[in-house]
Design a protein around this ligand. Structure first.
Ligand code: C5J
Length: 224
Protein backbone atom coordinates (compact mmCIF):
# COMPACT_ATOMS: atom_id res chain seq x y z
CA UNK A 1 0.00 0.00 0.00
CA UNK A 2 1.25 3.47 -0.85
CA UNK A 3 2.49 5.78 1.86
CA UNK A 4 0.01 8.39 2.96
CA UNK A 5 0.24 11.84 4.41
CA UNK A 6 -1.92 13.18 7.24
CA UNK A 7 -2.40 16.89 7.85
CA UNK A 8 -1.38 17.42 11.47
CA UNK A 9 0.51 19.66 13.83
CA UNK A 10 3.34 20.49 14.02
CA UNK A 11 3.68 19.24 10.42
CA UNK A 12 2.37 16.58 8.03
CA UNK A 13 2.78 13.01 9.15
CA UNK A 14 3.92 10.49 6.54
CA UNK A 15 2.78 6.94 7.29
CA UNK A 16 2.16 3.57 5.73
CA UNK A 17 -1.23 2.05 6.69
CA UNK A 18 0.27 -1.43 6.59
CA UNK A 19 2.66 -0.49 9.41
CA UNK A 20 0.16 1.69 11.27
CA UNK A 21 -2.18 0.62 14.06
CA UNK A 22 -5.27 2.35 15.34
CA UNK A 23 -4.97 2.32 19.13
CA UNK A 24 -8.07 3.10 21.16
CA UNK A 25 -7.31 3.60 24.82
CA UNK A 26 -9.72 2.58 27.58
CA UNK A 27 -13.03 3.39 25.86
CA UNK A 28 -14.70 1.49 28.70
CA UNK A 29 -18.05 2.07 30.35
CA UNK A 30 -16.13 2.63 33.60
CA UNK A 31 -14.75 5.88 32.21
CA UNK A 32 -17.51 7.17 29.96
CA UNK A 33 -20.76 6.03 31.60
CA UNK A 34 -22.32 7.03 34.93
CA UNK A 35 -21.70 4.63 37.81
CA UNK A 36 -18.13 3.68 36.94
CA UNK A 37 -14.61 4.52 38.00
CA UNK A 38 -14.58 7.98 36.40
CA UNK A 39 -17.70 9.06 38.23
CA UNK A 40 -16.47 7.47 41.49
CA UNK A 41 -13.54 9.89 41.28
CA UNK A 42 -16.01 12.79 41.12
CA UNK A 43 -15.92 13.44 37.37
CA UNK A 44 -18.66 14.41 34.91
CA UNK A 45 -18.42 11.49 32.50
CA UNK A 46 -20.59 13.15 29.83
CA UNK A 47 -17.54 15.16 28.82
CA UNK A 48 -15.94 11.98 27.46
CA UNK A 49 -18.96 10.74 25.52
CA UNK A 50 -18.34 13.21 22.66
CA UNK A 51 -15.31 11.14 21.64
CA UNK A 52 -17.37 8.06 20.79
CA UNK A 53 -18.90 9.14 17.43
CA UNK A 54 -15.70 10.46 15.78
CA UNK A 55 -13.74 7.45 17.03
CA UNK A 56 -16.38 5.15 15.57
CA UNK A 57 -15.98 6.85 12.18
CA UNK A 58 -12.19 6.47 12.22
CA UNK A 59 -12.54 2.86 13.37
CA UNK A 60 -14.81 2.07 10.40
CA UNK A 61 -12.29 3.49 7.92
CA UNK A 62 -9.40 1.62 9.59
CA UNK A 63 -11.41 -1.61 9.47
CA UNK A 64 -12.13 -1.15 5.76
CA UNK A 65 -8.40 -0.72 5.12
CA UNK A 66 -7.63 -3.88 7.09
CA UNK A 67 -5.38 -1.99 9.48
CA UNK A 68 -4.21 -3.38 12.80
CA UNK A 69 -6.69 -2.31 15.46
CA UNK A 70 -5.82 -2.48 19.13
CA UNK A 71 -8.12 -1.69 22.04
CA UNK A 72 -6.89 -1.30 25.61
CA UNK A 73 -8.81 -1.67 28.86
CA UNK A 74 -7.60 -0.47 32.24
CA UNK A 75 -8.58 -2.82 35.04
CA UNK A 76 -7.65 -5.44 37.56
CA UNK A 77 -7.99 -9.09 38.44
CA UNK A 78 -11.04 -9.91 40.59
CA UNK A 79 -8.78 -10.53 43.61
CA UNK A 80 -7.10 -7.14 42.96
CA UNK A 81 -3.69 -8.78 43.28
CA UNK A 82 -2.41 -6.63 40.39
CA UNK A 83 -3.71 -3.37 41.87
CA UNK A 84 -1.11 -1.49 43.89
CA UNK A 85 -2.47 -0.66 47.36
CA UNK A 86 -1.57 2.96 46.65
CA UNK A 87 -3.92 3.00 43.64
CA UNK A 88 -6.66 1.33 45.66
CA UNK A 89 -6.84 4.02 48.32
CA UNK A 90 -5.96 7.04 46.16
CA UNK A 91 -8.54 9.80 46.20
CA UNK A 92 -10.08 8.89 49.54
CA UNK A 93 -13.46 8.66 47.81
CA UNK A 94 -16.46 6.72 49.07
CA UNK A 95 -16.16 4.16 46.27
CA UNK A 96 -12.99 2.30 45.38
CA UNK A 97 -11.68 -0.06 42.72
CA UNK A 98 -13.29 -3.45 43.35
CA UNK A 99 -16.39 -2.05 45.07
CA UNK A 100 -19.79 -3.02 43.67
CA UNK A 101 -21.47 -0.44 41.42
CA UNK A 102 -24.35 -0.30 38.95
CA UNK A 103 -22.11 -1.77 36.22
CA UNK A 104 -20.50 -4.42 38.42
CA UNK A 105 -17.33 -4.18 40.48
CA UNK A 106 -15.48 -0.99 39.61
CA UNK A 107 -12.50 -1.40 37.24
CA UNK A 108 -12.49 -5.18 37.60
CA UNK A 109 -11.96 -7.39 34.56
CA UNK A 110 -14.97 -9.22 33.15
CA UNK A 111 -17.44 -6.80 34.77
CA UNK A 112 -19.81 -4.86 32.49
CA UNK A 113 -18.27 -1.53 33.47
CA UNK A 114 -14.80 -2.73 32.56
CA UNK A 115 -15.77 -3.56 29.01
CA UNK A 116 -15.63 -1.34 25.95
CA UNK A 117 -18.69 0.71 24.97
CA UNK A 118 -20.89 -1.05 22.38
CA UNK A 119 -20.28 1.59 19.66
CA UNK A 120 -16.54 0.81 19.65
CA UNK A 121 -16.71 -2.85 20.58
CA UNK A 122 -13.80 -4.91 19.21
CA UNK A 123 -14.53 -7.16 16.24
CA UNK A 124 -13.09 -10.67 16.06
CA UNK A 125 -9.41 -10.48 15.14
CA UNK A 126 -8.84 -7.11 16.76
CA UNK A 127 -6.38 -7.04 19.63
CA UNK A 128 -7.56 -6.30 23.18
CA UNK A 129 -4.84 -5.44 25.69
CA UNK A 130 -5.76 -5.53 29.37
CA UNK A 131 -3.56 -3.23 31.37
CA UNK A 132 -3.31 -2.71 35.12
CA UNK A 133 -1.66 0.71 34.80
CA UNK A 134 -2.20 3.98 33.02
CA UNK A 135 0.35 3.34 30.28
CA UNK A 136 -0.50 0.62 27.77
CA UNK A 137 3.06 -0.78 27.76
CA UNK A 138 3.33 -1.32 31.52
CA UNK A 139 2.90 -5.01 32.43
CA UNK A 140 1.34 -5.88 29.04
CA UNK A 141 2.38 -7.60 25.81
CA UNK A 142 1.60 -4.54 23.67
CA UNK A 143 5.20 -3.99 22.55
CA UNK A 144 5.53 -7.64 21.49
CA UNK A 145 2.32 -7.40 19.47
CA UNK A 146 3.41 -4.18 17.75
CA UNK A 147 6.87 -5.55 16.95
CA UNK A 148 5.52 -8.85 15.60
CA UNK A 149 3.27 -6.93 13.21
CA UNK A 150 5.97 -4.48 12.17
CA UNK A 151 3.99 -1.52 13.43
CA UNK A 152 5.79 1.83 13.30
CA UNK A 153 2.99 4.39 13.62
CA UNK A 154 0.11 4.65 16.06
CA UNK A 155 -3.10 6.60 15.47
CA UNK A 156 -4.31 7.19 19.00
CA UNK A 157 -7.85 7.68 20.29
CA UNK A 158 -9.30 7.21 23.78
CA UNK A 159 -9.55 8.49 27.30
CA UNK A 160 -8.37 10.30 29.20
CA UNK A 161 -6.12 12.59 27.24
CA UNK A 162 -3.87 13.65 30.08
CA UNK A 163 -3.74 10.29 31.87
CA UNK A 164 -3.77 7.00 29.91
CA UNK A 165 -3.49 8.54 26.43
CA UNK A 166 -0.55 10.78 27.38
CA UNK A 167 1.24 8.09 29.39
CA UNK A 168 0.93 5.65 26.49
CA UNK A 169 2.04 8.16 23.86
CA UNK A 170 5.09 9.13 25.91
CA UNK A 171 6.02 5.48 26.41
CA UNK A 172 5.47 4.72 22.72
CA UNK A 173 7.59 7.70 21.69
CA UNK A 174 10.49 6.46 23.83
CA UNK A 175 10.16 3.05 22.20
CA UNK A 176 10.51 4.60 18.73
CA UNK A 177 6.88 4.64 17.57
CA UNK A 178 5.44 7.67 15.81
CA UNK A 179 2.14 8.66 17.41
CA UNK A 180 -0.58 10.90 16.09
CA UNK A 181 -3.32 11.77 18.58
CA UNK A 182 -6.74 12.69 17.16
CA UNK A 183 -7.96 15.67 19.17
CA UNK A 184 -11.71 14.98 18.85
CA UNK A 185 -11.25 11.26 19.54
CA UNK A 186 -9.51 11.80 22.88
CA UNK A 187 -11.27 13.24 25.90
CA UNK A 188 -10.68 14.63 29.34
CA UNK A 189 -12.93 15.43 32.29
CA UNK A 190 -11.08 18.78 32.39
CA UNK A 191 -11.12 21.02 29.28
CA UNK A 192 -7.94 22.78 30.43
CA UNK A 193 -6.11 19.44 30.74
CA UNK A 194 -7.30 18.41 27.28
CA UNK A 195 -5.86 21.57 25.80
CA UNK A 196 -2.60 21.36 27.74
CA UNK A 197 -2.06 17.64 27.08
CA UNK A 198 -2.49 18.09 23.32
CA UNK A 199 -0.26 21.17 23.34
CA UNK A 200 2.47 19.22 25.14
CA UNK A 201 2.45 16.40 22.58
CA UNK A 202 3.00 18.63 19.55
CA UNK A 203 5.24 21.27 21.17
CA UNK A 204 8.94 21.62 20.35
CA UNK A 205 8.60 20.20 16.85
CA UNK A 206 6.47 17.26 18.02
CA UNK A 207 8.37 16.24 21.12
CA UNK A 208 6.03 13.32 21.77
CA UNK A 209 4.29 13.14 18.40
CA UNK A 210 1.62 14.73 16.24
CA UNK A 211 -1.91 16.05 16.81
CA UNK A 212 -4.57 15.78 14.13
CA UNK A 213 -8.32 15.08 14.20
CA UNK A 214 -10.82 12.55 12.90
CA UNK A 215 -11.62 14.47 9.69
CA UNK A 216 -7.98 14.89 8.70
CA UNK A 217 -7.19 11.29 9.67
CA UNK A 218 -10.07 9.92 7.61
CA UNK A 219 -9.12 12.10 4.64
CA UNK A 220 -5.57 10.74 4.81
CA UNK A 221 -6.67 7.14 5.23
CA UNK A 222 -9.21 7.36 2.41
CA UNK A 223 -6.89 9.12 -0.05
CA UNK A 224 -5.90 6.99 -3.07
C1 C5J B 1 -7.70 7.27 34.30
C2 C5J B 1 -7.48 6.55 32.02
N1 C5J B 1 -7.97 8.54 33.96
N2 C5J B 1 -7.86 5.59 31.21
N3 C5J B 1 -7.55 6.30 33.35
O1 C5J B 1 -7.61 6.96 35.46
O2 C5J B 1 -7.10 7.63 31.59
Amino acid sequence: MARKSMAAEPYELEFDPTTTALLTIDMQRDFVMPGGFGEALGNDVRQLQVTIAPTQRVLEVARKLGMTIIHTREGHRPDLSDCPPTKLVRGKGKTHIGDPGPMGRILVRSEIGHDIVPELYPKPGEVVVDKPGKGAFFATDLELILRDRGIKTLIVCGVTTEVCVSTTVREANDRGYECVVLSDCVGSYFPEFQEAALAMIKAQGGIFGWVSDSKRAMAALSAG
